[in-house]
Design a binder for this molecule. Structure first.
Ligand code: MN
Ligand code: MN
Length: 486
C-alpha cells in the first residue's frame, strides 16, 4: 500500500470505529488528522516543561539585564563559555570530539564550537544570532551647552521610531579610548543610585505645530539630544560653565577630556530592567530582546551540548541592525575564515565544510498584534505563545533580499523539531507589500550553507520596551538544542 492509501485506510477504520462508539463526530476526527494544528503552547506542554520554561525565563532576564550592548553580551558570553571549559581557538590546534573552542572577534562578536563525532566534511550545525540592538549612539563631538543646559549630540543606530526614545530614562554604556591608548569603560544609569539621562520632548500644550509633522519626523534625528547636566562649574565670568562642569566631572571620574570622545563608542540604552509582564507573568518586557532573546538560547544550547554528532557552532554577531557590514558583522569574512581554519585543523577544505553545513539564522520575527491587525495575513503570521517561529523567507517587494530556504531544508528542520517535541509555528514578516525586512540568513546562505530563519515572535519590536512570551523563548532554546545535537 502507498502512504496515501494507508492513510486513507486508517481514516476509514477510525471513521467506522467512531460511528460505532459515537465519542466524536467523523468530521472532528478527520479534522484532527488532516488540518494543521495551531494551539497555544500552554495547552500543549507538560507541567515539567512549564517549570523548565519558567526557570529558563528567569536566567534569561538576568542575562539580558547584564548585557545591554554587544560588548557586554560578548563579555558575559565568554565568561559562561570559559566556565564550561571552552578555550580560545588557535588555528592548527589538534581537536577531538567534545573539544570546546571559541573566538572573540574584537570584543563585539563571538563564535563558539563543540567538536562533533562526525567528520568535519559532513558540515557543522550553526546557530547565528545578533547581539547589537537599536539604540542611540553619541556623535564623535557630542558635547555642547545651550541655554545653560549640557547636552550630547547623537546619531541613532538601527531602525527606530525616534519619538519612542524621548522622555524615558536612558543609561550610557560604552568605552572611551584615551590619547595614551588606554581605555576606560562607561556604565552609568543602571544601578539604583546612578543618575540617568534623557531626550526631552515638547509639552502637548505647545506641540500643535510638531503634531502636524509627518510621524517619521515627529522627532527628527537632530532633535535626539541627550540631556546630561545643568549646573555651572563656578561663579567666574567664563562662558559654557555648564559644559565645563560636566567635563570637570568626567575628568574626575574617568580621566577623560573632550578630545577623548573622538575615540569613544558611547551608547544610550533604556535604563530600566527587563520585567515579567502581565498578571499571569507569562511574558517578558524589556530592552534588546531583538536579538538577545535568540542569542541567549543559542548560547545556552551550545553550553548544554556535549559530544554532538556534527560540530555545533553558535555565532553571536554584531552590526545586524545596520546591515551587517564591518568586520564584526556577518557580511565580513570572519565566519568563513573561522570555518576554513577549523577545516584546516582536520586537513579538510573550508568550502567543503560550508557546503555540507546547516544554519538556523536565529532572529526574532513580528508577533501578531490585535491592536494592529492590518499589517498581517492571519494564515501566515506568528502568534505569541505558539512556539518558536520558523520563517522560510524574509525580504520585501517580491522576496527581494531573502535567501528563501528550500522545501527540502524546511522539511529537515520540521522533522527535527517534531521529533524533539518542540512547539513551533511559521510566520512571515507581515503581509505582502506591507513592508518587510531581512536577517543575517542571506549572508550565511551565500556561503553555500543551508540556512533558515528560526526565532522568537516579538511585540513592539525595536521599541525601547519589547515583549516576548516565556514559552516561545523556551521553545526557541529547545529548537536550538535539538538542532545543535543533530
Ligand atoms: Mn533581529
Ligand atoms: Mn532588528
Amino acid at each position: 500500500m502507498t502512504v496515501p492509501q494507508r492513510l486513507y485506510a486508517e481514516c476509514r477504520e477510525e471513521e467506522e470505529f467512531l460511528m460505532k462508539e459515537s465519542t466524536k463526530s467523523v468530521a472532528k476526527a478527520k479534522k484532527e488528522r488532516l488540518f494543521r494544528s495551531t494551539e497555544h503552547a500552554g495547552v500543549r506542554i507538560s507541567a515539567e516543561q512549564q517549570q523548565a520554561s519558567e526557570d529558563f525565563a528567569q536566567a534569561y532576564i538576568r542575562f539580558l539585564n547584564a548585557s545591554k550592548t554587544e560588548r557586554e553580551t560578548v563579555k558575559n558570553a565568554v565568561s559562561l563559555l570559559e566556565e564550561k571549559g571552552f578555550v580560545p581557538f588557535v588555528p592548527g590546534m589538534t581537536l577531538q570530539p567534545g573539544d570546546k573552542i571559541y573566538v572573540n572577534n574584537r570584543g563585539k562578536a563571538v563564535i563558539a564550537a563543540v567538536i562533533g563525532t562526525a567528520p568535519i566534511t559532513e558540515g557543522v550545525r550553526l546557530c547565528a544570532a545578533h547581539i547589537d540592538s537599536p539604540r542611540i549612539d553619541m556623535k564623535q563631538n557630542p558635547q555642547y551647552e545651550d541655554s545653560e543646559l549640557a547636552l550630547f549630540k547623537t546619531h541613532y543606530y538601527g531602525g527606530i521610531k525616534k519619538y519612542q526614545w524621548t522622555a524615558i530614562p536612558l543609561a550610557l554604556h560604552g568605552v572611551v579610548v584615551k590619547a595614551d591608548g588606554t581605555s576606560v569603560e562607561v556604565h552609568i544609569g543602571e544601578s539604583a543610585e546612578d543618575p540617568v539621562f534623557c531626550v526631552t520632548d515638547l509639552l502637548p500644550h505647545l506641540a500643535s505645530a510638531q503634531m502636524k509633522r509627518p510621524s517619521n519626523e515627529l522627532v527628527r534625528g537632530e532633535e535626539l539630544n541627550l540631556l546630561v547636566g545643568s549646573m555651572p562649574f563656578n561663579q567666574d565670568e567664563e562662558s559654557e560653565q555648564v559644559k565645563l562642569n560636566i567635563l570637570h566631572l568626567l575628568f574626575e571620574k574617568y580621566g577623560i577630556t573632550e578630545t577623548d570622545f573622538l575615540s569613544a563608542e558611547l551608547e544610550a540604552v533604556p535604563a530600566f530592567p527587563a520585567k515579567e509582564l502581565g498578571f499571569d507573568r507569562s511574558m517578558i518586557g524589556g530592552y534588546g530582546h531583538d536579538d538577545r532573546v535568540c542569542a541567549y538560547p543559542a548560547l545556552r544550547a551550545l553550553l548544554d551540548c556535549e559530544k554532538p554528532v556534527h560540530t555545533a557552532v553558535t555565532i553571536l554577531t554584531d552590526k545586524e541592525e545596520t546591515g551587517s557590514d564591518g568586520n564584526t558583522g556577518l557580511c565580513s569574512a570572519y565566519l568563513p575564515y573561522f570555518l576554513e581554519d577549523l577545516a584546516d585543523c582536520f586537513g579538510a577544505k573550508g568550502r567543503h565544510v560550508m557546503h555540507a553545513s546547516q544554519c538556523l539564522s536565529a532572529d526574532v520575527n513580528a508577533a501578531f498584534d490585535p491592536t494592529f491587525p492590518d499589517v498581517m495575513e492571519r494564515n501566515n503570521c506568528a502568534c505569541l505563545n505558539h512556539g518558536v517561529c520558523v520563517t522560510k523567507f524574509t525580504g520585501a517587494r517580491g522576496k527581494s533580499g531573502t535567501s528563501d530556504a528550500s522545501a527540502e531544508f524546511v522539511g529537515t528542520v520540521r522533522r527535527l523539531l517534531d521529533a524533539g517535541d518542540v512547539v513551533w509555528q511559521t510566520g512571515e514578516l507581515g503581509k505582502v507589500d506591507a513592508g518587510g525586512g531581512g536577517t543575517v540568513a542571506a549572508y550565511i546562505a551565500n556561503l553555500d550553507i543551508d540556512t533558515i530563519d528560526v526565532g522568537v515572535p516579538v511585540l513592539s519590536m525595536h521599541a525601547p520596551f519589547e515583549v516576548v512570551s516565556k514559552l516561545d523563548v523556551y521553545m526557541t532554546y529547545r529548537a536550538f538544542c535539538v538542532f545543535l545535537a543533530s
